[in-house]
Write a protein that binds this ligand. Structure first.
Ligand code: FAD
Length: 320
Protein backbone atom coordinates (compact mmCIF):
# COMPACT_ATOMS: atom_id res chain seq x y z
CA UNK A 1 0.00 0.00 0.00
CA UNK A 2 1.27 3.48 -0.88
CA UNK A 3 1.34 6.01 1.98
CA UNK A 4 0.27 9.63 1.30
CA UNK A 5 3.93 10.71 1.25
CA UNK A 6 5.14 7.99 -1.11
CA UNK A 7 4.87 8.53 -4.86
CA UNK A 8 2.38 6.34 -6.71
CA UNK A 9 4.14 3.21 -7.91
CA UNK A 10 3.13 1.90 -11.34
CA UNK A 11 3.32 -1.79 -12.10
CA UNK A 12 5.20 -0.99 -15.29
CA UNK A 13 6.76 2.11 -16.82
CA UNK A 14 7.25 1.77 -20.55
CA UNK A 15 9.74 4.19 -22.05
CA UNK A 16 8.84 4.66 -25.71
CA UNK A 17 5.41 4.80 -27.28
CA UNK A 18 6.10 3.40 -30.75
CA UNK A 19 4.68 0.15 -32.11
CA UNK A 20 6.57 -1.89 -29.49
CA UNK A 21 5.79 0.19 -26.42
CA UNK A 22 2.12 0.75 -27.22
CA UNK A 23 1.54 -2.93 -28.00
CA UNK A 24 3.04 -3.83 -24.64
CA UNK A 25 0.85 -1.20 -23.00
CA UNK A 26 -2.29 -2.77 -24.49
CA UNK A 27 -1.25 -6.25 -23.34
CA UNK A 28 -0.42 -5.09 -19.82
CA UNK A 29 -3.48 -2.88 -19.45
CA UNK A 30 -5.69 -5.76 -20.59
CA UNK A 31 -4.17 -7.71 -17.70
CA UNK A 32 -5.33 -4.88 -15.43
CA UNK A 33 -1.80 -3.67 -14.83
CA UNK A 34 -1.13 -0.06 -13.88
CA UNK A 35 0.92 1.08 -16.88
CA UNK A 36 2.51 4.39 -17.71
CA UNK A 37 3.97 5.02 -21.18
CA UNK A 38 6.44 7.89 -21.48
CA UNK A 39 6.93 8.89 -25.09
CA UNK A 40 9.01 11.60 -26.70
CA UNK A 41 7.00 11.27 -29.92
CA UNK A 42 9.83 10.62 -32.39
CA UNK A 43 9.15 7.23 -33.98
CA UNK A 44 11.80 6.14 -36.39
CA UNK A 45 9.58 5.94 -39.46
CA UNK A 46 7.99 9.37 -38.94
CA UNK A 47 9.39 10.77 -42.23
CA UNK A 48 7.76 7.99 -44.27
CA UNK A 49 4.41 8.50 -45.98
CA UNK A 50 3.16 5.02 -45.10
CA UNK A 51 4.08 1.89 -43.17
CA UNK A 52 4.10 -1.17 -45.39
CA UNK A 53 4.08 -4.93 -44.84
CA UNK A 54 1.60 -4.42 -42.05
CA UNK A 55 -1.31 -6.80 -42.34
CA UNK A 56 -4.66 -5.09 -41.97
CA UNK A 57 -3.13 -1.57 -41.89
CA UNK A 58 -1.09 -1.70 -45.10
CA UNK A 59 0.23 1.76 -46.01
CA UNK A 60 -1.13 3.48 -42.89
CA UNK A 61 0.54 6.82 -42.08
CA UNK A 62 3.01 6.06 -39.24
CA UNK A 63 1.72 8.77 -36.92
CA UNK A 64 -1.91 7.76 -37.52
CA UNK A 65 -1.05 4.19 -36.54
CA UNK A 66 0.46 5.36 -33.26
CA UNK A 67 -2.47 7.68 -32.52
CA UNK A 68 -4.78 4.68 -32.92
CA UNK A 69 -2.46 2.67 -30.66
CA UNK A 70 -2.51 5.34 -27.97
CA UNK A 71 -6.30 5.39 -28.05
CA UNK A 72 -6.46 1.60 -27.81
CA UNK A 73 -4.03 1.50 -24.86
CA UNK A 74 -5.81 4.37 -23.10
CA UNK A 75 -9.18 2.67 -23.56
CA UNK A 76 -7.91 -0.15 -21.35
CA UNK A 77 -6.60 2.28 -18.75
CA UNK A 78 -2.95 2.76 -19.72
CA UNK A 79 -1.65 6.26 -19.05
CA UNK A 80 0.30 7.91 -21.84
CA UNK A 81 2.52 10.83 -21.07
CA UNK A 82 4.33 12.95 -23.65
CA UNK A 83 7.90 13.62 -22.49
CA UNK A 84 11.44 12.31 -22.45
CA UNK A 85 12.81 9.99 -19.78
CA UNK A 86 16.30 11.19 -18.98
CA UNK A 87 17.42 8.98 -16.11
CA UNK A 88 16.59 5.56 -14.72
CA UNK A 89 17.72 4.28 -11.34
CA UNK A 90 17.20 0.96 -9.59
CA UNK A 91 15.56 1.18 -6.16
CA UNK A 92 15.06 -1.55 -3.54
CA UNK A 93 11.61 -2.38 -4.93
CA UNK A 94 11.77 -1.32 -8.56
CA UNK A 95 12.85 1.69 -10.57
CA UNK A 96 12.74 5.48 -10.50
CA UNK A 97 12.48 7.13 -13.90
CA UNK A 98 13.01 10.88 -14.15
CA UNK A 99 11.63 12.93 -17.01
CA UNK A 100 13.15 15.98 -18.68
CA UNK A 101 10.61 18.18 -16.87
CA UNK A 102 12.12 17.02 -13.54
CA UNK A 103 9.24 14.78 -12.47
CA UNK A 104 10.10 11.29 -11.22
CA UNK A 105 7.85 8.25 -11.58
CA UNK A 106 8.32 4.86 -9.97
CA UNK A 107 7.57 1.36 -11.19
CA UNK A 108 7.98 -2.28 -10.25
CA UNK A 109 9.19 -3.21 -13.75
CA UNK A 110 10.68 -1.28 -16.65
CA UNK A 111 10.22 -1.82 -20.38
CA UNK A 112 12.62 -0.01 -22.69
CA UNK A 113 10.92 0.38 -26.08
CA UNK A 114 13.03 3.34 -27.08
CA UNK A 115 13.76 2.36 -30.68
CA UNK A 116 16.99 3.19 -32.46
CA UNK A 117 18.78 6.03 -34.20
CA UNK A 118 19.64 5.65 -37.89
CA UNK A 119 23.16 7.01 -38.26
CA UNK A 120 23.19 8.24 -41.85
CA UNK A 121 26.16 8.75 -44.16
CA UNK A 122 27.49 12.27 -43.93
CA UNK A 123 26.67 13.26 -47.51
CA UNK A 124 24.72 16.49 -48.14
CA UNK A 125 21.16 15.72 -49.19
CA UNK A 126 20.90 12.35 -47.45
CA UNK A 127 19.42 13.65 -44.21
CA UNK A 128 17.14 16.10 -46.01
CA UNK A 129 15.61 13.36 -48.18
CA UNK A 130 15.67 10.56 -45.59
CA UNK A 131 12.48 8.53 -45.55
CA UNK A 132 11.19 10.05 -48.78
CA UNK A 133 13.73 9.73 -51.61
CA UNK A 134 16.50 8.21 -49.52
CA UNK A 135 15.65 4.74 -48.27
CA UNK A 136 17.32 1.80 -46.60
CA UNK A 137 14.85 -1.09 -46.60
CA UNK A 138 13.68 -2.71 -49.85
CA UNK A 139 10.66 -4.12 -48.01
CA UNK A 140 9.60 -0.78 -46.51
CA UNK A 141 9.92 1.43 -49.58
CA UNK A 142 11.16 -0.75 -52.44
CA UNK A 143 7.80 -1.33 -54.08
CA UNK A 144 7.17 2.42 -54.15
CA UNK A 145 10.25 2.92 -56.35
CA UNK A 146 9.88 -0.20 -58.49
CA UNK A 147 11.05 0.26 -62.05
CA UNK A 148 12.63 3.64 -61.24
CA UNK A 149 16.26 4.78 -61.41
CA UNK A 150 17.75 3.72 -58.09
CA UNK A 151 21.24 4.59 -56.87
CA UNK A 152 22.91 2.71 -54.03
CA UNK A 153 25.28 4.91 -52.01
CA UNK A 154 27.70 2.34 -50.64
CA UNK A 155 29.16 2.93 -47.21
CA UNK A 156 29.33 -0.62 -45.88
CA UNK A 157 29.91 -4.18 -47.09
CA UNK A 158 26.10 -4.61 -46.82
CA UNK A 159 25.67 -2.39 -49.88
CA UNK A 160 26.13 -5.31 -52.25
CA UNK A 161 23.34 -7.34 -50.65
CA UNK A 162 21.08 -4.29 -50.70
CA UNK A 163 21.93 -3.74 -54.39
CA UNK A 164 20.95 -7.30 -55.29
CA UNK A 165 17.65 -7.00 -53.40
CA UNK A 166 16.80 -3.75 -55.17
CA UNK A 167 17.63 -5.31 -58.54
CA UNK A 168 14.55 -7.49 -57.95
CA UNK A 169 12.50 -4.28 -58.08
CA UNK A 170 14.16 -2.33 -60.88
CA UNK A 171 16.40 -2.99 -63.86
CA UNK A 172 17.95 0.47 -63.49
CA UNK A 173 20.30 0.19 -60.53
CA UNK A 174 23.59 2.07 -60.14
CA UNK A 175 26.00 1.18 -57.36
CA UNK A 176 28.08 4.17 -56.24
CA UNK A 177 31.08 2.65 -54.51
CA UNK A 178 31.82 5.90 -52.63
CA UNK A 179 33.55 4.72 -49.41
CA UNK A 180 32.74 1.00 -49.57
CA UNK A 181 35.39 -1.64 -50.18
CA UNK A 182 35.87 -2.78 -53.80
CA UNK A 183 33.61 -5.72 -54.68
CA UNK A 184 35.44 -9.03 -54.81
CA UNK A 185 35.69 -11.08 -58.02
CA UNK A 186 32.49 -13.01 -57.34
CA UNK A 187 30.57 -9.80 -56.68
CA UNK A 188 31.83 -8.22 -59.90
CA UNK A 189 30.58 -11.25 -61.83
CA UNK A 190 27.15 -10.98 -60.16
CA UNK A 191 26.87 -7.25 -60.77
CA UNK A 192 27.84 -7.64 -64.41
CA UNK A 193 25.45 -10.55 -64.96
CA UNK A 194 22.55 -8.50 -63.59
CA UNK A 195 23.44 -5.40 -65.64
CA UNK A 196 24.12 -3.26 -62.58
CA UNK A 197 26.15 -0.16 -63.35
CA UNK A 198 29.03 0.44 -60.91
CA UNK A 199 30.45 3.94 -60.43
CA UNK A 200 33.71 4.48 -58.57
CA UNK A 201 34.72 7.72 -56.86
CA UNK A 202 33.60 9.78 -53.92
CA UNK A 203 30.01 11.07 -53.87
CA UNK A 204 29.90 14.78 -53.05
CA UNK A 205 26.15 15.29 -52.64
CA UNK A 206 22.63 14.36 -53.57
CA UNK A 207 21.42 17.22 -55.75
CA UNK A 208 17.91 18.34 -54.86
CA UNK A 209 15.19 20.49 -56.25
CA UNK A 210 13.26 21.47 -53.16
CA UNK A 211 12.04 18.22 -51.64
CA UNK A 212 12.84 16.21 -54.79
CA UNK A 213 15.94 14.20 -55.51
CA UNK A 214 17.59 15.04 -58.81
CA UNK A 215 20.98 13.35 -59.04
CA UNK A 216 23.93 11.75 -57.33
CA UNK A 217 26.88 14.10 -57.82
CA UNK A 218 30.47 12.89 -57.60
CA UNK A 219 33.38 14.88 -56.21
CA UNK A 220 34.61 15.46 -59.77
CA UNK A 221 31.25 17.05 -60.69
CA UNK A 222 29.79 14.18 -62.70
CA UNK A 223 26.03 13.93 -62.03
CA UNK A 224 23.89 10.80 -62.41
CA UNK A 225 20.11 11.35 -62.56
CA UNK A 226 18.25 9.07 -60.12
CA UNK A 227 14.76 8.84 -58.61
CA UNK A 228 15.77 7.25 -55.30
CA UNK A 229 18.93 6.47 -53.35
CA UNK A 230 19.49 3.59 -50.96
CA UNK A 231 21.88 3.91 -48.01
CA UNK A 232 23.03 1.61 -45.23
CA UNK A 233 22.62 3.46 -41.92
CA UNK A 234 24.33 2.22 -38.80
CA UNK A 235 21.52 1.28 -36.41
CA UNK A 236 22.19 2.38 -32.83
CA UNK A 237 19.68 1.52 -30.10
CA UNK A 238 18.64 4.36 -27.83
CA UNK A 239 20.31 2.72 -24.86
CA UNK A 240 21.12 5.58 -22.46
CA UNK A 241 18.73 4.39 -19.76
CA UNK A 242 19.90 0.79 -20.11
CA UNK A 243 23.52 1.93 -19.67
CA UNK A 244 22.61 4.06 -16.67
CA UNK A 245 21.16 0.94 -15.05
CA UNK A 246 24.45 -0.90 -15.61
CA UNK A 247 23.76 -2.57 -18.95
CA UNK A 248 26.11 -2.67 -21.93
CA UNK A 249 24.96 -2.46 -25.54
CA UNK A 250 25.98 -5.35 -27.79
CA UNK A 251 27.81 -4.65 -31.06
CA UNK A 252 26.80 -6.48 -34.19
CA UNK A 253 27.59 -5.87 -37.88
CA UNK A 254 24.52 -3.63 -38.25
CA UNK A 255 25.09 -1.49 -35.15
CA UNK A 256 24.45 -1.67 -31.38
CA UNK A 257 21.49 -3.10 -29.49
CA UNK A 258 20.24 -4.29 -26.10
CA UNK A 259 20.61 -8.05 -25.76
CA UNK A 260 17.32 -9.76 -24.86
CA UNK A 261 15.79 -13.20 -24.66
CA UNK A 262 12.88 -14.16 -26.96
CA UNK A 263 10.37 -12.66 -24.52
CA UNK A 264 12.33 -9.42 -24.19
CA UNK A 265 14.05 -9.94 -20.83
CA UNK A 266 17.44 -8.21 -20.73
CA UNK A 267 20.52 -9.05 -18.68
CA UNK A 268 19.24 -6.65 -16.00
CA UNK A 269 16.63 -8.09 -13.62
CA UNK A 270 13.29 -6.33 -13.95
CA UNK A 271 14.22 -4.64 -17.22
CA UNK A 272 12.69 -5.73 -20.53
CA UNK A 273 13.06 -4.44 -24.07
CA UNK A 274 10.96 -4.69 -27.23
CA UNK A 275 11.19 -3.41 -30.79
CA UNK A 276 14.22 -1.86 -32.43
CA UNK A 277 16.07 -1.19 -29.16
CA UNK A 278 16.70 -4.92 -28.88
CA UNK A 279 16.27 -6.00 -32.49
CA UNK A 280 17.79 -3.71 -35.10
CA UNK A 281 16.01 -5.42 -37.99
CA UNK A 282 12.48 -5.52 -36.58
CA UNK A 283 9.88 -3.84 -38.75
CA UNK A 284 6.62 -2.44 -37.36
CA UNK A 285 4.78 -5.76 -37.20
CA UNK A 286 7.67 -7.55 -35.51
CA UNK A 287 8.16 -4.66 -33.07
CA UNK A 288 4.50 -4.76 -32.12
CA UNK A 289 4.68 -8.54 -31.68
CA UNK A 290 7.71 -8.17 -29.42
CA UNK A 291 5.78 -5.62 -27.37
CA UNK A 292 2.99 -8.14 -26.84
CA UNK A 293 5.49 -10.84 -25.86
CA UNK A 294 7.28 -8.55 -23.42
CA UNK A 295 3.99 -7.33 -21.96
CA UNK A 296 2.88 -10.90 -21.33
CA UNK A 297 6.25 -11.85 -19.85
CA UNK A 298 6.26 -8.85 -17.52
CA UNK A 299 2.71 -9.60 -16.40
CA UNK A 300 3.69 -13.23 -15.68
CA UNK A 301 6.71 -12.04 -13.72
CA UNK A 302 4.54 -9.72 -11.63
CA UNK A 303 1.97 -12.47 -11.09
CA UNK A 304 4.67 -14.74 -9.67
CA UNK A 305 6.06 -11.93 -7.50
CA UNK A 306 2.54 -11.34 -6.13
CA UNK A 307 2.00 -15.07 -5.57
CA UNK A 308 5.28 -15.25 -3.68
CA UNK A 309 4.31 -12.23 -1.53
CA UNK A 310 0.85 -13.72 -0.83
CA UNK A 311 2.36 -17.03 0.27
CA UNK A 312 4.83 -15.23 2.52
CA UNK A 313 2.07 -13.07 4.05
CA UNK A 314 -0.09 -16.11 4.71
CA UNK A 315 2.77 -17.94 6.39
CA UNK A 316 3.53 -14.88 8.53
CA UNK A 317 -0.14 -14.53 9.50
CA UNK A 318 -0.29 -18.19 10.51
CA UNK A 319 2.79 -17.85 12.69
CA UNK A 320 1.43 -14.83 14.59
C1 FAD B 1 12.26 5.84 -43.02
C2 FAD B 1 11.77 4.55 -42.44
C3 FAD B 1 10.67 3.93 -43.00
C4 FAD B 1 10.21 2.73 -42.46
N1 FAD B 1 9.15 2.10 -43.08
C5 FAD B 1 8.68 0.96 -42.56
C6 FAD B 1 7.60 0.28 -43.20
O1 FAD B 1 7.08 0.70 -44.25
N2 FAD B 1 7.16 -0.86 -42.63
C7 FAD B 1 7.70 -1.38 -41.49
O2 FAD B 1 7.22 -2.40 -41.02
N3 FAD B 1 8.75 -0.76 -40.89
C8 FAD B 1 9.23 0.39 -41.39
N4 FAD B 1 10.30 1.01 -40.78
C9 FAD B 1 10.82 0.46 -39.53
C10 FAD B 1 9.98 0.99 -38.34
O3 FAD B 1 10.17 2.37 -38.24
C11 FAD B 1 10.39 0.30 -37.05
O4 FAD B 1 10.24 -1.09 -37.20
C12 FAD B 1 9.51 0.75 -35.86
O5 FAD B 1 9.43 2.14 -35.78
C13 FAD B 1 10.09 0.18 -34.57
O6 FAD B 1 9.19 0.45 -33.51
P1 FAD B 1 9.74 0.77 -32.04
O7 FAD B 1 8.52 0.92 -31.21
O8 FAD B 1 10.76 -0.20 -31.66
O9 FAD B 1 10.50 2.18 -32.17
P2 FAD B 1 9.99 3.61 -32.62
O10 FAD B 1 8.84 3.51 -33.55
O11 FAD B 1 11.17 4.35 -33.11
O12 FAD B 1 9.43 4.27 -31.30
C14 FAD B 1 10.28 4.56 -30.21
C15 FAD B 1 9.63 5.70 -29.43
O13 FAD B 1 10.34 5.83 -28.22
C16 FAD B 1 10.52 7.21 -27.97
N5 FAD B 1 11.66 7.38 -27.07
C17 FAD B 1 12.95 7.02 -27.28
N6 FAD B 1 13.70 7.32 -26.20
C18 FAD B 1 12.86 7.89 -25.31
C19 FAD B 1 13.03 8.43 -24.01
N7 FAD B 1 14.23 8.43 -23.41
N8 FAD B 1 11.96 8.94 -23.38
C20 FAD B 1 10.73 8.92 -23.95
N9 FAD B 1 10.51 8.44 -25.20
C21 FAD B 1 11.56 7.92 -25.85
C22 FAD B 1 10.72 7.81 -29.34
O14 FAD B 1 10.50 9.20 -29.33
C23 FAD B 1 9.70 7.03 -30.15
O15 FAD B 1 8.43 7.65 -30.13
C24 FAD B 1 10.82 2.18 -41.33
C25 FAD B 1 11.94 2.82 -40.78
C26 FAD B 1 12.41 3.97 -41.31
C27 FAD B 1 13.63 4.63 -40.73
Amino acid sequence: MTSPTEPHRHDVVIVGGGAAGLSAAVTLARSLRDVLVIDAGEPRNAPAVGAHNLLGREGVAPLDLLEAGRQEAAAYGAQIRRGRATTARRTPDGFDVTLADGDTVTARRLLLATGLVDELPDVPGVRELWGTHVLHCPYCHGYEVRGRRIGVLATSPNALHQTLLLRQLSADITLFLHEAPEPDDEAWVQLEALGICVVTGQVRELARDGDCLRAVVLADGHAFAVDAVAVQPRFVARGDLYEQLGGTLTENPLGRHITRDPAGATDLPGVWTAGNAGDLSAMVGASAAQGVMAGAAINADLVMADVHAAVQARATARRS
